[in-house]
Design a protein. Structure first.
Length: 206
């Protein structure tokens, strides 16, 4: 049986790599860094990583049930589509006021923002259902006791590390703060809108 450390490392690497492609979560982190500061973006990252960890746990225990439910209830895709398109419209028309000042550091709304965006992300649970099944089949993982705890800890830290990379990378955008904020707003809105359209397409082809 694999060691607990191996469970941790596999989960960390999986979560890290899965976060690298541009999507609503890492773009939200970039936007928050540009509009506010690193501390705010780290709070968004924390909220998103917490949700991702819960989603991985759900995938471990309810993966087969979730897959069947989504297949039998295609209308769920319409609800997800409405959420993403609505969020895209809000982000696009919202007049943000970026500031380099270190204000609102303790504002809990940044954590809530991370929780919300990660919760409505439709790719997360299907990804972890597939990832867990693949890992279990090839590595023989048995998610029990301390092994499960270390696996989920790896998911959390892998997500946090990847998002922190986006926080660091987006700092250079602050040299042209207003332009960067508008560009990131439009890019994030476009990604959210496309995800919404994909959910509609899935519903129509279910």
């Amino acid at each position: 049986m694999a060691t607990p450390l191996f469970y941790f490392l596999v989960a960390l690497l999986t979560a890290f790599v899965a976060t690298l492609p541009f999507g609503p979560i890492n773009l939200t982190v970039v936007k928050t860094t540009v509009d506010h500061h690193r501390a705010a973006a780290l709070k968004v990252s924390f909220g998103a990583s917490l949700v991702e960890t819960v989603q991985a746990w759900i995938a471990i225990y309810f993966g087969l049930f979730i897959s069947r439910f989504l297949a039998d209830h295609a209308s769920v895709n319409l609800l997800i589509a409405a959420a993403f398109i609505g969020l895209a419209i809000y982000v696009y028309i919202h007049d943000s006021h970026p500031s380099l000042a270190n204000n609102n550091v303790a504002n809990p709304s940044f954590i809530k923002r991370g929780l919300f965006v990660a919760t409505i992300n439709p790719q997360a649970i299907p990804f972890w259902v597939f990832a867990v099944a693949t890992i279990s089949q090839n590595l023989g993982f048995d998610y029990v006791g301390g092994y499960l705890v270390l696996f989920l800890l790896g998911v959390f830290l892998g997500k946090m590390l990847a998002l922190y990379g986006f926080v660091i990378a987006s700092d250079y955008l602050k040299s042209h703060l207003d332009e960067s904020s508008r560009a990131v707003n439009h890019l994030l809105a476009a990604v959210l809108f496309i995800i919404g359209l994909i959910q509609i397409w899935r519903f129509l082809n279910a």
